[in-house]
Design a protein around this ligand. Sequence first.
Ligand code: SF4
Ligand code: SF4
Length: 150
Amino acid sequence: MPQRIQTDVKNVEAVLNEILNTKSPPVGRCRLLSSGFSPAHSLNITEDISGHKECLSCGNCIDICPFLSREPSRREKTESRTSMALESIVGEDCDQCDACILVCPQVDTTIKHYVVNHRMLEVMSRLEERLGDEDEPDIDLFLEEVLSQS
Ligand code: SF4
Ligand code: SF4
């Protein structure tokens, strides 16, 4: 069984950074930059789908999205659990946390590693700036509670 050759980030770095710098759910575009189904997939079908890049409608990206956890009523707008649904219900309210990329089974590991190694510091410092917002969980308070119980 041939190994899937994943996207070399060096070849797509400029467009990937463009995607990551845009205030919109990035997972669908990162999926399209990826290499698609592995020849070793375990789906019970005979058609050769290796390389196909379709969204699986697994909903992982919707479940992990912190914006939707704060605004659960947005999820009621659609039963669909695709990246397209994520884009329509989050849109420009995207936190740019990149979590949806990391949980998508159709995004290449090479792209996930790039995000973790090159973007997470920026993401965390952006989130840190928001600590204290009344809409955000108070992490300092949470830590104090944990420490006082230990
Ligand atoms: S907030 Fe995070 S998880 Fe939600 S769409 Fe934006 S990047 Fe993806
Ligand atoms: S996480 Fe699932 S639903 Fe979201 S884009 Fe990837 S395959 Fe599609």
